[in-house]
Design a protein around this ligand. Sequence first.
Ligand code: ATP
Length: 603
Amino acid sequence: MHRYKRIIDNHIYVMKLIRKGSRWFPFLLILFSIMRGINVFMMTTYLYQYVLNSLQEGEELLSIFLAVGGMSLFSLFYNIVLQYKNVAIEITSYKIEKQIQKTLQDKAVSVDLGCFENPEFYNCYVKALAEVSQRALRTLDNICDLIVNVITIGSIGTLIFMIDPIFVLLAVLPFAATILLGEKQNSLKYDRDMKNQEISREKDYVQRIFYLSEYAKEMRLTEMHKVMLRKMHETVLRLKANVKQYGYTIMGLEYSLAIFYDVVVYFSSIFIAAYKTLVSSTMLLGDCFVVINSITNISYIIGECGRNIMAFDENSHYIDNIRNFLEYENKTPDNINGEPAGPLEKMTFRNVSFSYEGQGMETLKDISLNISAGKKIAIVGHNGAGKSTLVRLLLHFYEPTSGSVEYNGKSIDEYQISSYRKQFSTVFQDFHLFSSATIAENVMACGHLLEWQKVEAQKALQKSGIYEKVNSLPKKMDTIVGKEFDLDGAVFSVGETQKLAIARAIAKNTEIVILDEPSSALDPIAENKIFESIFENFRDKTVIYILHRLSSAILADKIYLLEEGRIIEQGTHSELIAMNGKYADMFRKQAEKYVNFEEGGIT
Ligand code: ATP
């Protein structure tokens, strides 16, 4: 019972999804299906029976002509609607597909960041993406086909029943066979497809690697391409084995069904009808024609009906994937009834500890810190100390395992995530420029760029020190980023990309700015300049910046030194130097390198 309820629920769910793209589309298709069912009955069965029997029984020619004329007119009208429907379906399908993809993409950007590190979730996402648009329309098609088939079976079945009930019995046998074997066939096909998709994910990754520009250099300079090709070869072998494993069983089931149709249904019913008409003369010619012509048709349609019903089950499996993804509940859910976040007064980490899912070890341990509005905070520490993780928690990408992150005295859970995140501009280490968008669009990062926003983009580019380069490009700020979609596209060095990232942060003009290694790719002079520009541009803002080179930490109001997930030292640069602890040691070692370099080389 639960299974059938789930199937019905899933179909209602998918209809709602389709109606988001086009409100009336499902109803119009259903209406059309009813017309199609009537047309099939009239033109493939009733017309012949009526004409042959009427002639054999000596009916008036005029009334035969009138009836045939009426049926032909209906069929003509149906065919006009059919042509219109074919065009309308093509146009509307795109609209529906776009809307469904949008629903999925909206969900994809709202799920926890951690989801993308979880293979189970990722598989679910890939399955949903691969299936969603096609499957939704296929589900609707299946409902429409079922309607046509039910009308056809109902009408032709009644006609055949009136001729002789034995033919109805012969016609329904394939239905029972389809139900019996179809369920097995469906679950086999589903298992095969799901395994294929899982294996294909790795294959798709390898394919991507070969055309993505960020991998191009490593692929040429190392033997990684061989490793990747081997992976690809292995996945193809696994795909082959999977298809083979299921293929023969599915083929066997299909063959059994075909034999059943041919031997049991067709031959026996043709023999009985011919015998009754030609030998025992107990059947009219029109009725014999209906049986011979329609029994194959109707038993096929009954079989189809069985397949339609089984397809409800099959589609429901796939809809489960779509639902699992769209109904996924975030571990850091948005508090839609929460308060909008106002301007920052202070942010607090109160005894925060955190471990990534599936990792026993804590990445952050008992972190407590305070950040007041307008302050410049530097977070320093060795690789893997937990600096970026701290920032991710601050941005509410993850939930602390214990303790709380507070904003203006309240846990950040109490704010609407979107309004909370709007308070921050960020520059991450792995900042990405988006190909196919212009430089101005990349800087402003908003839906539709207006003229005044272009002016803002220009100012931001000037402030981050990359405007000269942008201005030298043929289309200036309107140049497309990357060469993937435009041969005249702009290619930026890593350092220039970081400057563009800073321009994006400047343009966003928020109260809090987070910079995760904003200068890691810059030479010391450029780094100095960029920090001068950061401190100049974000003079009135709260700035939290992560860095390895401590020369720029000097400017901070407070420095936190992290080691193995703990804050081990904190204070201003002079306080930490006076403390003569690990920070002072790190600072001295880095400074020595520069001194030695100036004196004749790095030691
Ligand atoms: P770096 O200076 O190298 O950028 P960091 O101090 O910013 O390092 P984090 O990126 O916060 O360090 O990582 C801290 C630890 O958490 C590392 O050991 C890292 O392997 C681990 N880690 C980071 N991200 C994840 C993740 N998504 N899942 C599991 N572990 C992670």
